[in-house]
Write a protein that binds this ligand. Structure first.
Ligand code: 13P
Ligand code: SF4
Length: 401
């Protein structure tokens, strides 16, 4: 069976393109003390020994985009929705080591008790999409929407991939958090607060324009013309007051640097090359890619879809490369391809490697809590409102099934 993969490069392509927009200094110094060498042959044994020494005091969460060398030590793996629930459901663990990115660890801190410490093994593991919206820009956008007379009919909805401050903004302004697993139900809930999907209420969707557009058009049946993009660098987000008045979805101008690389032409090329191939993509991809796909859903959905696929079936997957490679290795009886033809790791997810995990675990064994993620009390209180609204939402739906 064909598997078209590129092996990890020591310097992922996105890093070369300068994907990270915020310097390390914004999140504090990385790894004070001794970071083990990547060539240390005992790293696996050191991680195993430290984890064993910590026992039930530590709970390790691993996002599906993490490297295999890290995932092997995760107590649970999942998409960002599942990991948020799993973190909340583990009050007995003293330390939550989050192998994912900064916004996920913040959410875990909000959803866990004050006695639990959430640790991010590398403080530079951020998210380029989350960095595309900061709270000052969002406050400013809201003030402009108030002035334009539309804020009172607008509900803010933020994708999980956003700062705790933006989640708090949503909690404070009657909004909700969503993930790629539940964007449809979250949007329906939001529109219900302002007269329903058929009414004239609006959603301000942060920070991923693609997830917002894909969900509104494909799952809620809106028109592309119902959506406007809000560019935080322009007055009124680059819109006229009339366009804002008419819009149903106000989409923040943010995107994922990884999923933004997939194109409609990649789908067309695979369909021409492999007749009958199934196209499965993440909803962070552009609308032209999602509409051309057969199946669309979160990382957890992608894994489940391949688990349920017929032996011998052919698949091409548009999401982060660590996950696609893992899925392909787990299914040698299926033909699995990667949708892009260049390296497509999430460079910030990849910052969490075995040396960082060993360093974090051994620090905990030594009685130090490294890289603790702490969200201040007021931000926690407000963000928790928006997160709890999300956790209370009913069943999950993939975008296309
Ligand atoms: P999910 O795991 O929720 O599908 O999200 C993908 C992602 O980009 C996480 O950053
Ligand atoms: Fe952020 Fe994209 Fe990486 Fe997810 S894959 S953490 S959205 S940059």
């Amino acid at each position: 069976m064909t598997q078209t993969f590129h092996e990890p490069s020591p310097t992922p392509a996105l890093m070369l393109l300068g994907e990270r927009r915020d310097p390390l200094s914004e999140r504090g110094v990385d790894c004070p003390g001794a970071l083990p060498s990547a060539s240390d042959p005992d790293l696996v044994e050191r991680a195993r020994a430290a984890k064993e020494a910590l026992g039930d005091r530590v709970f390790i969460l691993g996002h599906h985009y993490q490297r295999d060398e890290v995932i092997q030590f995760a107590d649970v793996t999942g998409d960002s929705f599942k990991l948020a629930r799993d973190a909340a459901a583990r009050p007995e663990a003293e330390f939550i080591v989050f192998c994912g990115v900064h916004f996920m660890a913040e959410s875990a801190d909000i959803l866990t008790t004050d006695d639990q410490a959430v640790v991010l093994p590398d403080m530079a593991a951020g998210c380029s999409m989350a960095d595309m919206a900061n709270i000052n820009q969002v406050d400013d956008a809201w003030a402009q929407l108030e002035e334009a007379g539309v804020a009172s009919r607008t509900v803010p909805v933020t994708y999980m991939n956003s700062t705790a401050a933006i989640k708090a903004f949503c909690g404070e302004h009657g909004g909700v958090v969503c993930t790629s697993s539940n964007a449809e139900v979250a949007l329906r809930w939001a529109f219900d607060q302002v007269g329903g999907v058929e009414g004239d209420g609006k959603v301000l969707f942060l920070p991923d324009q693609h997830l917002g557009r894909n969900t509104a058009v494909i799952q809620l049946g809106m028109e592309l013309g119902d959506c406007v993009v809000w560019d935080p660098r322009k007055p009124l987000g680059g819109n006229t007051p009339e366009a804002l008045e008419k819009a149903r979805m106000i989409l923040w101008k943010g995107h994922c640097s990884v999923h933004g690389r997939f194109r409609r032409s990649h789908v067309d090329d695979f369909r021409a090359k492999v007749p009958g191939i199934n196209v499965l993509v993440h909803p962070e991809c552009a609308h032209e890619v999602v509409t051309a796909a057969d199946y669309v859903g979160s990382t957890e959905y992608i894994i489940k879809t391949l688990d349920a696929a017929e032996p011998g079936s052919a698949w091409v997957i548009g999401t982060e490369l660590n996950l696609v490679r893992r899925v392909a290795n787990a299914h040698p009886d299926k033909e699995v391809h990667f949708l892009e033809d260049t390296v497509c790791f999430c460079s910030t997810m990849n910052r969490i490697d075995l040396p960082h995990l060993v360093w974090a675990l051994e620090s905990l064994v030594a009685g130090e809590v490294p890289n603790r993620i702490v969200v201040d009390d007021e931000t926690q209180r407000l963000a928790r409102i928006a997160l709890d609204r999300m956790l209370a939402l009913p069943a999950l739906h993939p975008a296309k099934d």
